[in-house]
Design a protein around this ligand. Structure first.
Ligand SMILES: Nc1ncnc2c1ncn2[C@@H]1O[C@H](COP(=O)(O)OP(=O)(O)OP(=O)(O)O)[C@@H](O)[C@H]1O
Ligand SMILES: [Mg+2]
Length: 509
């Protein structure tokens, strides 16, 4: 470690950014040191992504000054910022779904050969190199559409790496990565630091801050609160500064007796359409009772999302086995039947499956329960509004009105809208796939309490989570999945992180 302060590669001075109805940034300054991890923390809607969008040329229109290596700059757009050495991995995936990995990585800057034609071989070679650096075992020709959110995130990372930037901005890069993939990313970050790249790192996961950060900047409600080297602060202090008050104790679950069996799954199997004789889900059997939260733990690719989607009718008649709801056998042949049977799924990939960006918060919130707002075939706007407003305030969606477009919400607040939408369908059984991804510490607790309340009202909840502390805190029982099969079942008094991890890992001797 050097004694004097390291070189500042990028600096933001007194930045303000006004959106219609919101001052997203109010006189915020930031220093990005070369060869360091510069972390930015703050609650949902604090202004983190907005500041990064300014530094990477997404918003050319703002007040204040940006300096690159001490020189004032004003990027005209993202291409301009990239040319000058700034790359960003966006919080929301920005890939083109019907193009392949290589095409996405080189989009708009395809290398040309001597004849002035696109050099496909070079693109493919470089893509292979990048994917290898990321230990990512997918063909460069795979379509983005066929990849899971975590895999798409890796492509985003590859794309940013390919720019060989001086400053690499990562906006919640691990929110959909498995532990192993995150580990690979962290090693890569260390390589970048050796090459003096300034890394800007946004996360809601405090353990990542302690692991990675050299410097931390705290934002709250669009304002700069504090910046300091990590060793001069602590997680508790950071959280206090983020929320502006004492940290509330971690969520504690209410004890209650489970009621009747709401969902019973027997010998569920889903064949792998791509590999003959293989299964994505095999012999899955479990029950969920009224009033309880069943946690589903497993590593990425263990079949967690497949299981949620299967229960929600995604696979139609391809699904083998029996499902009963409240003791009655049902055929979950389509998502419509699943909804009619009282199921709700809050999907993992909320942007493409959960939210219509150019509709308002209100419209998105009532989208799945519109029939409840019909009177003589007409939509009762008043009733719709009242319900939507109720959810907006219950989940504390940071917004200036229910009319605000979903596209204008911060990442975490978009997730809250999707959650509201499904909760309004009055489900009996809720399937939650990574419900708190991208959600800040305070709102996480609010969501846990909401889940606990819903269980208290007699709902049955199934929750997939890859965050150990979360699944341990919220669940009544946990089942572990590994390679499409149940590899462990735990009652609350048997819960331990170690046991869960062990059950989740394949190749047990
Ligand atoms: N395009 C936009 N139009 C209007 N308001 C916007 C727009 N983008 C962001 N905002 C608002 O600016 C504020 C800051 O949002 P920003 O996305 O920067 O938050 P964030 O700190 O990244 O939060 P999160 O942790 O949820 O991602 C929020 O109130 C948000 O609603
Ligand atoms: Mg954000």
């Amino acid at each position: 470690m050097e004694k004097s302060d390291p070189e500042i590669v990028l600096e933001a001075r007194h930045i303000s950014k006004q959106f219609p109805g919101v001052l997203a940034l109010d006189d915020v300054s930031l220093k990005v040191y070369a060869g360091k991890v510069n972390a930015i923390v703050g609650e949902n809607g604090a202004g983190k992504s907005t500041l990064m969008n300014i530094l990477s040329g997404v918003y050319p229109d703002y007040q204040g000054e940006v300096l690159l290596c001490g020189r004032p700059v004003r990027f005209s757009g993202t291409a301009d910022a990239q040319r000058q050495g700034i790359a960003m991995i966006h919080q929301e995936l920005n890939l083109i779904p019907y193009l392949d990995i290589t095409q996405n990585i080189f989009l708009g800057r395809e290398p040309l050969n001597n004849l002035g034609l696109i050099d496909h071989n070079k693109m493919k070679r470089e893509t292979l190199d990048l994917l290898e650096r990321l230990h990512f075992d997918e063909s460069p020709e795979s379509l983005i559409n066929d990849l899971r959110p975590g895999q798409q995130q890796i492509v985003e990372i590859a794309k940013a790496l390919s720019l060989n930037a001086r400053v690499l901005i990562m906006d919640e890069p691990t929110s959909s990565l498995s532990e192993k993939e995150a580990g690979i990313l962290f090693r890569l970050i260390r390589e970048l630091l050796e090459n003096k790249v300034g890394v800007v790192y946004i996360t809601h996961k405090m353990d990542e801050i302690t692991l990675l950060a050299d410097y931390v900047t705290v934002l709250r409600d669009g304002c700069f609160i504090e910046a300091c080297p990590l060793e001069q602060t602590s997680v508790d202090e950071l959280v206090r500064k983020m929320v502006g008050r004492e940290r509330k104790d971690f969520f504690t679950k209410k004890q209650r007796r489970p009621g009747k069996c709401m969902l019973e799954v027997r010998d569920l199997c889903l064949r792998d359409a791509l590999h003959d004789g293989k299964y994505r889900l095999k012999d899955i059997s479990f029950e969920v009772y009224s009033g309880e939260v069943l946690g589903i733990y497993g590593l990425m690719g263990a079949g967690r999302t497949d299981l949620m989607e299967a229960l929600f009718g995604y696979y139609g008649r391809k699904l083998e086995g029996q499902v009963s709801i409240e003791g009655r056998q049902v055929q979950l042949n389509s998502t419509n039947t699943a909804v009619a049977e009282g199921l709700a799924l809050i999907p993992e990939d909320r942007k493409s499956e959960g939210l219509i960006l150019d509709m308002s918060i209100e419209q998105n919130t009532t989208l799945a329960s519109l029939k409840d707002f019909l009177k003589y075939g007409l939509l009762s706007f008043k009733k719709e509004r009242t319900k939507a407003e109720e959810m907006r305030s219950k989940l504390k969606v940071k917004s200036y009105s229910g009319q605000q477009l979903a596209s204008q919400l911060s990442g975490g607040n978009q997730q809250k809208v999707v959650l509201s939408k499904w909760l309004l369908t009055n489900p009996k059984i809720i399937l939650l796939d990574e419900p708190t991804r991208g959600i800040d510490i305070r709102s996480k607790n609010e969501i846990y309490e909401l889940m606990d309340d819903l269980a208290g009202q007699g709902l049955a909840i199934v929750m997939v989570s890859s965050e150990l502390p979360e699944i341990l805190a919220v669940s009544d029982r946990i089942i572990c999945l590994c390679e499409g099969r149940i590899s462990g079942r735990f009652e609350r008094d048997e819960f331990s992180g170690e046991a869960l991890l062990k059950a989740a890992l394949p190749d047990k001797a």
